[in-house]
Design a protein around this ligand. Structure first.
Ligand code: NAD
Length: 381
C-alpha cells in the first residue's frame, strides 16, 4: 500500500518570489502577516516580495520576532499579532524557524486550544488561514511539509504533524539564497541530506517518496560542495530544489534516529538543527547500516561513491563519503568541539525516546545504543 497526499502547489524559478502578490490576490486576501526574522530582513530579502504584495493592493503587517528553534512564546506572539492586525493570510519568508513560526501561529488562530494539546500526529482539528511559504535556506523543506516544530518550556522540540500544516503554495526562488552565508548553505544542506537519507532508509517504503529522496541525495552530492564554496546560482538552485524534494519525501515517509537524537541536542544545548543533524548523521548511518544495507548502498550510489563488491561494503563507503563531505564543508566532527555539555546526555536519551521516529528507524534501538551513539558523537571517535 502506498498513499500520497500533498496539497501544495510548488512554484520554482529565479525571481518567482516577486509574483507572490498575485497569489494572495487569487486567495482574496486583504491583509497579510509576513513572518520573518531579523537576519532575513537585514539581508534585504523582503523588498521585492513586499512590493509585489503592495502592488496587488494588499496590506502588510510584518511580524519580525522569529527566534531560532521557535518556542511557544514566539508563536503565541505571532498569533496575537495576526489577530490584533486583523490579517486574513500568512506569508513566511525565511528558513525553517520563520516557516514553522508562521505555521504554528496560523494553527493557533483557527484552533483555540493550548499548543501542547496539538503536539504529535493528527491533533490539529481546523484548517489554517491561507499560508504561502518562501524558503531562504536550503535545508528544512518546511515550505512543503506537514510539520511544525515548536520548543516547549522544558526545551523539548515538539513536532506537530497534520496535513492542515501543508502550505497552500511554496515559492522557491533561488535568488533569495545568494545572501546565505557559506556556513548556513553547508549546515542547512546537510539537514536536507539527512531528511532524504532517513526517508529513504527507514522502515516506511513508498515509491514516490523514495524517488524524491534519491533524487535529492543525488543533487546534494553534486551541488552542496560548490554551492557552499562559490554560492553560484546554479548550485544554489539545485540545493533549493533538493531540499524541497527531501521535504516531500519525509512528509510521506517520515524520518529516523538522527532526528530523534538531534532535536534534544538543539532543544537542550542550542546547536542549530542542520549542524546537529550533520554531526550525528555518520554515527547513526554507521549504526543503522546493517538494518538496511540495500538502502544505504543506494545512498552511497546516489552520492556518487564508486561501486563496491557488496551492499555492506557500499553502505560503509557511504558513511565514509558523508564523513568526508562534513569535513570538506567545515562541519565539526563532534559536539565536544561545539562546547556541548556531556552531562546533558541522560536527558537527551529520555527525549530521544519521545520521538515517533525511533519506531520506524531501520535498526531496533535500545537506550544503551543511543547512549553509545551520543558518546561517540560527543568525543568524535
Ligand atoms: P533558521 O530559519 O533558524 O535560520 C538560520 C539563520 O539563517 C537565521 O539567522 C536567518 O536570519 C538566516 N538566514 C536565513 N536565510 C537567509 C538568507 N537567504 N540570507 C542570509 N541569512 C539568512 O534555519 P533553518 O535551518 O532553515 O531552520 C531551522 C528550524 O527549522 C529549526 O527550528 C527546525 O526544527 C525546523 N525544521 C522544521 C522542519 C519542518 O518540516 N517543519 C523540518 C526541519 C527543520
Amino acid at each position: 500500500m502506498s498513499s500520497i497526499f500533498l496539497p501544495v502547489r510548488i512554484e520554482f524559478g529565479i525571481d518567482s518570489s516577486t509574483r507572490v502578490g498575485s497569489e494572495f490576490s487569487s486567495l482574496k486576501c486583504k491583509k497579510v502577516m509576513v513572518v520573518s526574522d531579523k537576519g532575513v530582513i537585514d539581508s534585504g530579502l523582503l523588498e521585492g516580495i513586499t512590493k509585489s504584495i503592495a502592488e496587488n493592493n494588499i496590506e502588510i503587517a510584518l511580524y519580525d520576532g522569529v527566534l531560532p528553534d521557535p518556542n511557544i512564546e514566539c508563536v503565541e506572539n505571532a498569533k496575537n499579532f495576526y489577530i490584533s492586525e486583523k490579517c486574513d493570510g500568512i506569508l513566511a519568508v525565511g528558513g525553517g524557524s520563520s516557516i514553522d513560526t508562521a505555521k504554528a501561529a496560523g494553527m493557533l488562530v483557527t484552533n483555540q486550544e493550548p499548543i501542547t494539546n496539538m503536539a504529535g500526529v493528527g491533533n490539529v482539528k481546523n484548517q489554517l488561514p491561507p499560508l504561502i511559504t518562501i524558503p531562504t535556506t536550503c535545508g528544512t523543506g518546511s515550505e512543503v511539509t506537514n510539520v511544525t516544530v515548536v520548543t516547549d518550556e522544558n526545551h523539548f522540540k515538539m513536532p506537530i504533524v497534520s496535513s492542515y500544516l501543508i502550505p497552500k503554495v511554496a515559492i522557491l526562488d533561488p535568488s533569495l539564497l545568494l545572501s546565505l552565508p557559506p556556513k548556513l548553505v553547508a549546515s542547512t544542506g546537510m539537514d536536507a541530506l539527512t531528511h532524504a537519507i532517513e526517508a529513504l532508509t527507514n522502515n516506511i517504503q513508498n515509491w514516490y517518496a523514495d524517488s524524491c529522496a534519491l533524487e535529492a541525495i543525488r543533487l546534494i552530492g553534486k551541488s552542496l560542495r560548490p554551492a557552499t564554496a562559490n554560492g553560484n546560482i546554479t548550485d544554489l538552485s539545485q540545493m533549493l530544489y533538493a531540499s524541497t524534494l527531501a521535504g516531500v519525501a519525509f512528509t510521506i515517509s517520515r524520518l529516523g534516529l538522527v532526528h530523534a537524537m538531534s532535536h534534544p541536542i538543539s532543544g537542550l544545548a542550542g546547536v542549530p538543527h542542520g549542524v546537529a543533524n550533520a554531526v550525528l548523521l555518520p554515527y547513526v548511518m554507521s549504526f543503522n547500516s546493517i538494518g538496511n544495507p540495500q538502502g544505504y548502498a543506494m545512498v552511497a550510489d546516489a552520492l556518487g561513491v564508486q561501486k563496491q563488491e557488496n551492499e555492506i561494503a557500499a553502505a560503509r563507503a557511504g558513511v565514509e563519503e558523508v564523513i568526508k563531505l562534513n569535513h570538506q564543508l567545515g562541519i565539526p566532527k563532534s559536539f565536544k568541539e561545539l562546547g556541548v555539555n556531556e552531562e546533558l546526555i541522560p536527558q537527551m536519551i529520555e527525549d530521544t525516546f519521545k520521538s515517533g521516529n525511533v519506531a520506524i528507524n531501520p535498526r531496533r534501538v535500545t537506550k544503551n545504543d543511543v547512549e553509545q551513539i551520543y558518546k561517540k558523537s560527543f568525543s568524535g571517535e
